[in-house]
Design a protein around this ligand. Sequence first.
Ligand SMILES: [Zn+2]
Length: 215
Amino acid sequence: MIWQRLSPIWQACIIQAWEAYCHNSLPHGAVIVDENGNIVAHGRNRIRELEGEGRQFARNRLAHAEINALLDLDWKAVNVYSCELYSTVEPCLMCTGAVRMAHMKEIHYACNDSGAGGTTLIDKTPFFKDGDIHLHGPHDEELLVILMALQVEATLSQRHPNPDAWINQLARDVPRGKALGYKLFENGLVVRAHEEGRDAAYVIDLIHDQLAVLA
Ligand SMILES: [Zn+2]
């Protein structure tokens, strides 16, 4: 059982990611935490959702989890400079740029993205260097594999137009996550969990069990 050992912040992130999956979008979730460790904003990938909440984006390719967390944030109620972003997946080029534009300095992520991940930008330009952004991730080796597997499974079950090429880029550095994702697609356990209305804790522990079998 891995869920119980995750912090409430990571649990909140993953709950967002599972919500995204259940709305037929890629399972990416994010939260923003203030200087006291309180969660002050939530966001999820809503690319295939028809409507967002409040100012959040939906139904377009910019509706990424991290952007939606930034849009969910009440910028007048918190000191944005001292807030920290947590994301289930390494932020992409756009989202890394958005964190820089928000003058936030700490990015935590649980799973690499060797395809669209953009965190290597942070020391590439004078503007980014001035931002002094610090990266923290991946958070946990098992969680990394589980979240990669969930993305691979979603890419297949949500009928991405070119799934194998996409997966090869995304999971290049996490072969166990790739293998587990294909297995989950074949056995249908994640789709069934969604159909049964299971929560994020159930699904993460389910995939963790499957990881043990794979090993
Ligand atoms: Zn992004």
